[in-house]
Write a protein that binds this ligand. Structure first.
Ligand SMILES: [Zn+2]
Length: 90
């Protein structure tokens, strides 16, 4: 039996550790844009979230995104990310 090491990441909303590929990665790119990294391969400071709007709202409330990305996240970016997470979570 082969046991594979599954890389775990912490959701910025609920704080649970989950396999990286079950989470959504949000990154801040070199030019300061905050976006969802669907491929998981983009460079930049990243933060992970469950594909669950509830976790997103928690992360918004506790400023988890701001802390992890070390940047302020404008309201319109939050709304845009929330829409994308809703789509992904469906
Ligand atoms: Zn979560």
């Amino acid at each position: 039996m082969v046991t594979k090491r599954i890389p775990l990441r912490k959701c910025a909303g609920c704080g649970q550790m989950k396999p990286k590929k079950e989470l959504i990665r949000v990154i801040r790119t070199a030019d300061g844009a905050i976006e969802i990294d669907a491929t998981g391969r983009k460079n930049g400071r990243g933060v992970y979230l469950c594909p669950d709007p509830e976790c997103f709202r928690k992360a918004e409330k506790n400023k988890g995104l701001e802390h992890s990305l070390k940047a302020s996240v404008p309201e319109e970016v939050y709304r845009q990310l929330e829409e994308e997470i809703k789509r992904i979570g469906q």
